[in-house]
Design a protein around this ligand. Sequence first.
Ligand code: SF4
Length: 317
Amino acid sequence: MSNIAISLLDIEDDASQCLVAEDYQTRVGKWCAGCGDFGALNAIKRLLAKEQLQPEKMAFVSGIGCSSRFPHYVNAYGFHGIHGRALTIATGLKLTRPELDVFVVMGDGDCTSIGAGHWIHATRYNPNLTVLLLDNNIYGLTKNQTSPTTPQGYASNTTPRGSFLPALNPLQATLGVSNASFVAQTADWVPAHLYATLQAAYEHPGFSFVRILQRCPKFTSDVFAEQIKDPDLTELLVHENGVDAPGLDKLFKARREHDPKDIDAARALAQRTDKLRLGMFFRNDSFPVYDEIRAVPPVTVEDKIARLNKEFDRYAV
Ligand code: SF4
């Protein structure tokens, strides 16, 4: 179990104190200079401070990858899990400790490859988790291997002549799952939008899936370069029930009114490739939430012992 790390709290248990963003960071992130993971961490710290979440009442769960170092840097309970299994760990945690706010951080290799089965079923189960997919289109931690979201033709160590297949689209995949209740896309280089999206995701009761387009200057420095340089290549999805933030209208002239309740329109927009689209694709707060459906009534110690004894008695010889 050497790859499991528990980060404990180092601030006093005093619910009355006002926490600022820096109180939620344990140490400087060990990511390359310019890595988009820094932006995601900053947005999370802002969100935690805004909500005044107490570190002992939340947990960050991750898998394996550059972004999965997240739990080490957030002042909360943390579980740096195993590759592709962050969602299973987080679902179990939420079922047994429903009072905790549980955040999940995964990379594209972690979530959409080895963890793909868990991703699909966690979407369908709809547990109350805030899920960040940090998508840099590559396996970065293991130094440049093609992931499912790597663009077709992009060269890496595993496909030096270019990736053979069209990239998997995580928005399309998630929107195709029954009971998907929240699907949004944002980008690490648009901090106001990133923060507003995480805020909406946190408020959503259910499985909030946020794909964060993430810069990886080390291995995929050019995949988002054009969009970063020219904001006209990005279209914001806007709606009174969607995501917006002050100042974005000045930066992004292309804005599309999209009702996030419209699943057909969400699916159609997710598959288009003419522009990069940021915003809330779909949200429905009324879908059944797994940890509420499966809520287990409290059990006393005596009950637990009686049940164990009953089970053991079945094997008595
Ligand atoms: Fe970030 Fe890429 Fe460096 Fe990993 S390899 S820390 S994703 S810039």
